[in-house]
Design a protein around this ligand. Structure first.
Ligand code: SF4
Length: 187
């Protein structure tokens, strides 16, 4: 197959052939990323779950529907943003990605960030936040705050799965953090 000339598509093609960590052995699909390749707003989650692994697209299960609702709540659609994960292949049984798997996959995310060049990066949950902010501080302490990141801003928010698990108060926090995202994008 010819190498795509679009750099993001070429990177996706490399990811689809990747066997750099053990997650390659159990994946159904590599879940590279989806959305506007020049989006000003990019979401970074943790890793594919069952539905994402089956469909090859990030955030298409229950947590994905909540993310879509939150995105639409600030007047955008999934097509307006770019969505990716820290690891591109599903950790079996939805376990946490291991440090060696995160390290092996991080170059793909770095290159996605280089190519999309979002002004606002939103990390969803602990794994993306700790990786991109290079911190050990947990998401509950960092959520909703804005941090300088590359040439723009990074805003950590709760992972939609955690919002679904924890219900009311967590949903209110997520909604408030999306208002911060909207305000930051408009600034
Ligand atoms: Fe490669 Fe990332 Fe998949 Fe591991 S998770 S096999 S590093 S694409």
């Amino acid at each position: 197959m010819a190498t795509p000339t679009d750099p993001l598509a070429a990177l996706a093609a490399r990811a689809h052939d990747c066997r750099a960590c053990g997650l390659a052995a159990t994946r159904t699909n590599v879940v590279f990323g989806v959305g506007d390749p020049r989006a000003p707003l990019m979401f970074v989650g943790e890793g594919p779950g069952e539905q994402e692994d089956l469909q090859g697209e990030p955030f298409v299960g229950r947590a994905g529907r909540l993310l879509t609702t939150l995105i639409e709540g600030i007047g955008l659609t999934r097509e307006d943003v770019y969505i990716a994960n820290v690891v591109k292949c599903r950790p079996p049984g939805n376990r946490n990605p291991a440090p060696d798997e995160i390290a092996a996959c991080a170059p793909f995310l770095e290159e996605q960030l280089d190519l999309v060049e979002p002004r606002v990066v939103v990390t969803l949950g602990n794994f993306a936040t700790k990786l991109l902010l290079d911190t050990k501080v947990g998401i509950t302490k960092l959520r909703g705050q804005t941090f300088p990141y590359r040439d723009g801003v990074l805003i950590p928010v709760l992972h939609p799965s955690a919002v679904l698990r924890n219900g009311g108060a967590a949903l209110a926090q997520a909604r408030a953090d999306f208002v911060t995202i909207k305000r930051t994008l408009a600034a």
